[in-house]
Design a protein around this ligand. Structure first.
Ligand code: FES
Length: 106
């Protein structure tokens, strides 16, 4: 089961921009890719840098610390040094509010 959580307004992120949101002490990355919102963990799987301060190119994000690149649709690392995938999350828009589907805690 998934738990839909409201994390931001669609108007908070312009196309081509990213936003870090924290829910329950966990940091998530939201990216606006040509009007489509993608969500993933904000913490690089290499050495824990926040990806939201990196660079967004299409649906990929480049980590600002050592340059690893992740595909935000699949979470797959497409450029080293990161080798572990990034957790991604399904996104739902509800009346201009961005909701992400988190696994149920229980
Ligand atoms: S912390 Fe992201 S590439 Fe090293």
């Amino acid at each position: 089961m998934n738990n839909l959580v409201e994390v931001a307004r669609l108007s908070d992120i312009r196309p081509g921009q990213m936003l870090r949101v924290v829910h329950g002490g966990h940091a998530y990355l939201l990216a606006n890719v040509d009007g489509e919102i993608l969500a993933a963990d904000d913490t690089c799987t290499h050495e824990d840098a926040p990806l939201s301060i990196g660079a967004l190119h299409g649906d990929c994000v480049t980590c600002s610390l050592h340059g690893a690149i992740f595909n935000l649709r699949s979470g797959a690392p497409v450029e080293e040094p990161a080798t572990e995938p990034l957790q991604t999350y399904a996104v739902e828009l509800r009346d201009g509010t961005i909701c992400i589907a988190l696994p149920d805690a229980g």
